[in-house]
Design a protein around this ligand. Structure first.
Ligand SMILES: [Zn+2]
Length: 167
């Protein structure tokens, strides 16, 4: 599994991988559980608080996150087929970075409060409500990835992205 960034991929290859909606999974198999733990390891090794499967070339609805990691704690969350069940209308400016667009640090409009439904590593349905803004914004960032949306797309002002040249 290799991280897909605009610095390592040309525009066509990048968009083919990151601007497409991923496929929902049918059920959580042992193979998918292994994949989720691999994704989590990659996330921690990159010092990130979230990673979506399509960022490393897997076209499935799987993301991992751990907002506690910035406090040097490990409280990993693994999500299959996550979606926003409810949200409040209030938006705030969330300071974010993205492993796939590493040169950008941006303030992105996000919902302050959301409720997300997903399948856990145990294969059961779970519901998570935000209890801090980093969790809420990370959830929105990763769910966006799985739907083919990048954080630059959430800005009203268009950002110019430079890609690797072909070849
Ligand atoms: Zn990202």
């Amino acid at each position: 599994m290799r991280l897909i960034t605009n610095l390592d991929y040309n525009k066509a290859d990048f968009e083919q991988r990151l601007r497409f909606k991923t496929e929902p999974i049918i059920r959580v198999t042992p193979q998918l559980q292994h994949l989720a733990f691999d994704l989590l390891e990659i996330m921690y090794s990159l010092n990130a608080v979230g990673l979506a499967a399509n960022q490393v070339g897997l076209k499935i609805q799987l993301c991992v996150l751990d907002p506690a990691f910035i406090l040097n704690k490990k409280m990993p969350i693994i999500m299959f087929n996550p979606f926003i069940l409810e949200h409040e209308e209030e938006l705030y400016g969330s300071p974010e970075g993205c492993l796939s667009l590493p040169e950008f640090g941006l303030t992105v409009p996000r919902f302050r409060k959301i409720v997300v439904k997903y399948l856990g590593i145990d294969g059961q349905e779970h519901i998570i409500k935000d209890d801090n803004s980093l969790l809420a914004s990370t959830l929105q960032h990763e769910i966006d990835h799985l739907n083919g949306i990048l954080f630059v797309d959430r800005l009203t002002e268009k950002k110019e992205i430079t890609f690797k040249e072909r070849g």
